[in-house]
Design a protein. Structure first.
Length: 367
């Protein structure tokens, strides 16, 4: 009898322990997770666009006269000012041509004076009725021909003087000298296959990049008009090809009004100062534009997971985790997503540890 009671007691203890253990397992299955409530707020994003660099003005230098280079006045990479000599082409033949032209002008002036004296004399004789009107008109025509000849040789003198001045090739703008493919003694002329050099005005750099039609429309909707975009858009950052940020900010200067039919993009030009000459014409980089989203649903990326390029969150509904697909904006700051569809204000979602959650599992809110 005593043994039977002991057995019954032992069985009761086992049942009690099993019940307690089952309760503990069930309690352990209800996991706690941090939960956030979805709200709207403002967020500033940065959008990056591939960009190319050009000097404000890249001028190819070609000679206006033919001849051999007698003097090279600059070096590659040298900073030059507008009007500074770059090359000198052999001046001897052009100096001789100018002297001939000047002599021709003097001879023509003498012919004009002679013709004028003859005409004045004929006029007096005609007034005294010594000669006929025909003789007077003939003298007048000779004077007119002499004057025309003088104007012609004066024009030739101007051309000769200009040609002589063109032998000194000068910089048309402030800038930096490019490569120098021609050296002293080289025969050059207006039709040479490549320029004497290129002068790049790099005190200010033009940075070109492109935006999609939808992106540019988004900016126009935000600011009103393309002109307002140019006026109101905050300063622009330039990220160089080595990954560093350029120390000075830039601004948008022009927005093209034409969409490239091949790429579907709009070309935009911005300008950056370049006093230290850290930017080079022909360089590449990335333009970083600030973009303000107002009244947007913003969630941390830690609250999401991806399956086959689709993004999901776990909503907490009636104490259970419910997997829900969301649509997010392509722009993000690396920490947050802007949700376009799939969430509404007031929804509760699990904010961390979503990789451990199972769809439909019971969850409790972690305080």
């Amino acid at each position: 009898m005593i043994m039977k009671v002991k057995a019954i007691g032992l069985l009761a203890s086992i049942v009690t322990l099993c019940a307690c253990g089952s309760g503990q397992i069930q309690q352990e299955q209800v996991q706690q997770y941090p939960v956030i409530q979805v709200n709207k707020r403002s967020i500033e994003l940065q959008e990056s666009y591939s960009a190319t660099m050009e000097g404000r003005q890249d001028v190819e230098i070609y000679p206006q006269v033919s001849g051999t280079i007698s003097k090279l006045c600059v070096k590659e990479g040298e900073q030059v000012k507008k009007g500074q000599p770059l090359f000198v082409i052999d001046q001897v033949p052009y100096q001789a041509a100018l002297r001939v032209a000047t002599a021709n002008v003097r001879a023509a002036e003498a012919q004009v004076e002679t013709a004028r004296l003859d005409y004045d004399s004929k006029q007096m004789l005609f007034d005294e009725e010594v000669i006929s009107e025909y003789d007077l008109l003939q003298a007048k025509n000779v004077l007119a021909i002499a004057k025309a000849g003088l104007e012609q040789v004066k024009a030739q003198e101007i051309n000769a003087r200009n040609d002589l001045s063109y032998t000194e090739v000068k910089s048309p703008a402030n800038g930096v000298v490019g490569t120098l493919p021609y050296r002293t003694g080289a025969l050059v002329g207006p039709s040479i296959p490549q320029p004497l050099t290129t002068i790049s005005d790099t005190e200010q750099m033009y940075i070109y990049f492109s935006m999609t039609e939808n992106d540019i429309r988004g900016l126009i909707r935000q600011y009103g008009t393309p002109d307002e975009v140019i006026k109101s858009l905050p300063a622009i950052t330039l990220r160089l090809n080595d990954g560093t940020e350029y120390e000075q900010k830039g601004r948008i200067e022009t927005i093209s009004g034409i969409i490239n039919p091949q790429t579907g993009t709009v070309s935009i030009r911005c300008v950056f100062p370049n006093e230290k000459r850290l930017l080079f014409s022909g360089g590449i980089g990335n333009v970083v534009l600030p973009h303000q989203e107002t009244d947007a649903i913003v969630i941390p990326q830690s609250a999401t997971y991806e399956i086959q390029d689709k993004i999901f969150v776990y909503k907490v509904i009636d104490g259970k985790a419910v997997a829900s697909e969301i649509v997010v904006a392509k722009q993000n700051d690396g920490k947050h997503y802007i949700v376009r569809d799939g969430l509404t204000v007031g929804d509760k979602i699990i904010s961390e540890g979503v990789g451990l959650v199972q769809d439909g599992a019971e969850v409790s809110i972690k305080e």
